[in-house]
Design a protein. Structure first.
Length: 240
């Protein structure tokens, strides 16, 4: 049994398949890697569920930017929760804030109830809150099973001290899952400092465009990202 488990942040079906092959426990399926991940399409979720057997948690985030949503966005999220249930997902990754940055407990609780029996991870909306210790209690009150967090810094490896405090405060009530910036070279130190049992990383890299023709005057197509499989295996080996 490994000391800890790894969730891979995956931006397409191919990434999910690489994650499963390498030994990841779970994938957080997202679209739009450049802006922190948004809700993947119905077709992407459906095909991914058909093709992988490890746990699948799509992120439900209707747009990039903040986690303060209007009524239309709330309705979109509710419908996306229903889609994930319909398609047999194991859980969802979601977050919602009030205008002052605090966790919107009532909205999040409603999402948790709608998601059942799927599990619910509170995503990095947590990292945008003014008081992480209060946010932790709020998310527990809402009924989430897990919090994805970089420790309110750009990368989790720089936030080992705070993450360790959050893990202690959480106890057995909720899982603290450090994520962002995790590599094979820093995971052991982060495990020692935080004491967490679950970790999250994408280790993504842009792939080479295989097209035999591309227009050099048009450069706004973006990139296709896949996990660095060697790095991914290195992280998993270090966690064992």
């Amino acid at each position: 049994m490994p000391k800890a488990i790894l969730e891979v942040c995956a931006f397409n079906l191919q990434s999910c398949m690489i994650a499963e092959k390498a030994g990841a426990y779970r994938v957080e399926l997202c679209d739009n890697p450049v802006e922190g991940g948004t809700t993947p399409s119905y077709g992407t979720i459906k095909r991914t569920r058909e093709r992988i057997s490890i746990k699948l948690y799509p992120i439900l985030r209707p747009r990039c930017g903040n986690y303060y949503y209007d009524e239309d966005e709330i309705e979109i999220l509710k419908q996306d929760i229903a889609v994930c249930r319909e398609l047999g997902c194991d859980g969802i990754s979601i977050g919602v804030q009030k205008i002052n940055g605090e966790i919107d407990i009532e909205r999040l609780k409603e999402f948790v109830e709608l998601a059942g029996p799927m599990g619910v991870t509170c995503n990095r909306a947590f990292d945008a809150t003014p008081d992480p210790f209060q946010a932790l209690e709020d998310i527990i009150a809402a009924g989430c099973e897990r919090i994805l967090t970089s420790g309110q810094l750009s990368g989790a490896p720089e936030a080992g001290e705070l993450l360790g405090k959050l893990v202690k405060q959480a106890g057995d009530r909720i899982i603290i899952m450090p994520g962002a910036g995790i590599r094979a070279s820093n995971i052991k130190k982060l495990m020692e400092e935080s004491g967490a049992k679950e970790y999250h990383g994408s280790v993504r890299k842009a792939t080479v465009n295989p097209m035999s023709f591309s227009n050099p005057l048009v450069t706004d197509f973006g990139n296709v990202y896949l996990p660095d499989e060697e790095e991914l295996r290195g992280i998993l080996a270090a966690m064992a």
